[in-house]
Design a protein around this ligand. Structure first.
Ligand code: SF4
Length: 330
């Protein structure tokens, strides 16, 4: 799929990957800082450039209903198409190194992933994977041939055509729904809400595994009304069985507000649970039960989590509740 088009006879081109639709002059780069106009074509300058590489618990993505208790090789690069004031990974998302960098070609990454004991696949994460599109597509194709799973942790700010192609390659997504307010998106991220909602709907309709994360920022997106609207929208448009992770914010990058009070997360969790079957607290180790999975039908605890330690306590091999037979893990 060609992700750009010629704009005029001056060598300017338009990138068609994300809703920013950057118009890029010869030698220039788009907002994400990694896609360059090289002689009238888009070149991904970070293809294979790795900022981080680790065998992580799948719960760290976070994905709680996709191979719970497993580990996955997680990789990321540099750059982002959003400019969030509160970015928790700003050192890689808002910085694209110009010199020598560590590189891993797709064949090599997949070879390493398939040799790691216990590893279920590859997670594209840490910075924003959308802007790494061509590299991810190639890795995911090769990984699937080796029987590995592909996971993407993303802001969901992508146009529908390229996303459609990704849903054919990626097995599970965690999408950041940063707020349910367009004003918030415009003011604090440099993006807009609607394309993210469209992406969530498209992933859900594709049948791929989907979980959603919202980082709760005190005074900015923590009103009960906003969480109520978001949870209701998710239930109607993606299904009440889509897990929602409400994560605690810590001061980072351009913001110095105090960390989100744990009580705020717990209060919002209760509200979201009026609409959704699975709502989890995030970045709150030690909070009793907030990251456990309960059967929505009989309320038994079927998975217990403490930090990144996961114990499956009440699930059958088919992912059903041992007590009442409710399907929990697909
Ligand atoms: S992917 Fe990058 S270059 Fe393309 S439209 Fe988005 S921000 Fe602009």
């Amino acid at each position: 799929m060609r992700l750009w088009e010629k704009h005029d006879n001056e060598g300017n081109i338009r990138c068609l990957l994300c809703p920013h639709l950057c118009l890029i002059t010869p030698g220039g780069r788009g907002i994400c800082g990694v896609r360059e106009n090289c002689e009238g074509e888009i070149k991904l300058m970070t293809s294979g450039v790795i900022s981080g590489y680790a065998l992580d618990p799948i719960e760290k993505k976070p994905l709680y209903h996709f191979f719970p208790g497993s580990v996955i090789l997680s990789v990321g690069s540099y750059g982002c198409n959003l400019k969030c004031d509160f970015c928790q990974n700003y050192h890689i998302s808002q910085n694209v190194p110009s010199g020598e960098a560590r590189r891993l070609e797709p064949e090599e990454l997949v070879r390493q992933a398939s040799e790691l004991r216990g590893n279920i696949g590859i997670a594209y994460t840490y910075n924003e994977p959308v802007i790494w599109y061509e590299y991810i597509a190639e890795c995911a194709r090769l990984a699937a041939l080796e029987g590995l799973k592909n996971v993407m942790v993303s802001n969901g700010y992508i146009r529908s055509e390229p996303l459609k192609e990704l849903t054919e390659l990626i097995d599970a997504f965690n999408i950041d729904l940063k707020s349910f307010s367009n004003e918030f998106y415009r003011r604090y991220t440099g993006a807009t809400l609607k394309p993210v909602l469209e992406a969530i709907k498209m992933i859900s309709a594709s049948g791929r595994h989907l979980e959603i994360t919202t980082l709760i920022l005190p005074g900015l997106n923590d009103s009960p009304d906003e969480i109520r609207q978001a949870a209701e929208w998710i239930a109607v448009n993606a299904g009440k069985g889509v897990p929602l992770h409400l994560s605690r914010y810590f001061p980072m990058y351009r913001r110095s507000d105090p960390a989100t009070p744990p009580e705020t997360i717990l209060r919002l969790k209760e509200i979201a649970e009026e609409y959704l079957d699975y709502v989890y607290t995030g970045n709150m180790p030690g909070t009793d039960g907030g990251s456990d999975t309960r059967c929505p039908s009989c309320q038994s605890v079927v998975i217990r989590r403490s930090g990144y330690s996961t114990r499956i306590t009440g699930l059958t091999d088919e992912g059903k509740c041992q007590k009442c037979g409710e399907k929990i893990i697909s």
